[in-house]
Design a binder for this molecule. Structure first.
Ligand SMILES: *[C@@H]1O[C@H](CO)[C@@H](O)[C@H](O)[C@H]1NC(C)=O
Length: 350
């Protein structure tokens, strides 16, 4: 009668082993069918992705901070839809084993941050490894650092990064058809629960750009940017009008071509949090400007222009700042462990 105790004992041990195996098993990549890369067309009113640039040069880069940032972003934002998390890498995740290892560690990190097991598995399915290589442009020698660029730290990785986010990203095959992307850096994180989904905020309020903070960038790394923007505006009266309407402020002596703006800080949007409505950065007018920006690679590779002041210029030259731009201080955010100043978060209605 009944089942012998011995059976329970064996069963118990076996179950224990299985549970142990399940928890410690290497992560397996989802099959093509249950891998998530976006909603079918028309299933959502817009498309979006969270984007991290995880490596710029060949070789590996320590993912420890990224492994912290992703689960914090996932759990602290009340996502209306679940979007892909696109990791742009320069080859370090070409090997499937490296992807599996990363996902396995991400699962551990998500568990450690108390993400529910189903939420964790769902998160892992949405991670996409997208190889993106960065070449030195024509005219910039591989040993360009011996020419003594304005700033040669992390040459040329940092310079690649600035050029990429300033203009190349808007034409990246994984990005260009999205409605929105939110760029975060691996040392960016959402500190505490936010009261709305940033993409949903953009959609509901018809915004085109959101930033988290706007400090000026130093004059010595924006050399030539004032005259560049000024000349462009002079040749494009609609840009001049937009800048004026946006209250864009010039340094003194704008019409005195020599040394205009020299050493003067350029305003910027701090792009470690960069929320972009992509079509607004793909208009013919913006595209024409981006071509001109790219036409002299020394801007990025010698003068070390950053994507933060460039983003400020783009937004102020082509967008209606009062209507289209939002300082998203509602999202409790930190960069490099520096908490940003927050503001009250009012939930979206409807
Ligand atoms: C939404 O913003 C765009 C500019 O990005 C503007 O052209 C459009 O008229 C706005 N739509 C509404 C309904 O306000």
């Amino acid at each position: 009668m009944g089942v012998p105790k011995k059976f329970f004992a064996i069963f118990g041990v076996a179950a224990g082993i299985l549970l142990y195996l399940a928890n410690s098993a290497e992560y397996k990549l989802p099959t093509a069918e249950n891998r998530f890369s976006g909603y079918p067309a028309d299933a959502t009113p817009y498309t979006a992705a969270v984007v991290y640039l995880v490596s710029v040069m060949p070789g590996t880069r320590n993912p420890d901070q990224l492994l912290q940032s992703i689960p914090r972003m996932e759990k602290n934002i009340p996502w209306r839809y679940r979007w892909p998390i696109v990791l742009l890498h320069a080859g370090m995740y070409d090997a499937v084993d490296n992807q599996l290892d990363f996902l396995s560690r991400l699962r551990d990190s998500a568990n450690a941050q108390n993400l529910a097991p189903e939420a964790t598995e769902d998160l892992l399915r949405r991670v996409e490894f997208v190889a993106t290589h960065h070449e030195l442009p024509e005219g910039i020698p591989a040993d360009g650092v011996v020419d003594g660029p304005i700033w040669n730290g992390e040459w040329p990785a940092y310079h690649h990064m600035c050029a990429f986010f300033s203009y190349k990203i808007f034409n990246h095959p994984r990005i260009r058809d999205l409605t929105y992307y939110l760029r975060l850096d691996d040392d960016s994180y959402v500190r505490e629960p936010a009261c709305f989904d940033p993409f949903e905020y953009m959609h509901v309020n018809n915004k085109s750009y959101a930033f988290r903070d706007s400090p000026p960038d130093m004059g010595w790394v924006t050399e030539g940017m004032w005259p560049f923007v000024s000349n462009y505006a002079q040749r494009h009266p609609e840009v001049e009008r937009t800048l004026e309407r946006n209250g864009f402020e010039w340094p003194p002596n704008r019409l005195w071509p020599q040394r205009f703006g020299e050493g003067v800080n350029f305003p910027s949007y701090e792009t470690n949090f960069d929320l972009v409505k992509v079509p607004r950065f793909r208009t013919p007018q913006m595209t024409e400007f981006l071509h001109e920006l790219a036409s002299d690679p020394k801007r990025f590779y010698w003068y070390r222009w950053g994507d933060a002041p460039v983003r400020f210029a783009e937004v102020n030259m082509f967008l209606d700042v009062a209507k289209e731009v939002h300082r998203m201080c509602e999202i409790p955010y930190a960069h490099k462990d520096r908490p940003f100043e927050d503001c009250e978060c009012v939930p979206l209605s409807g």
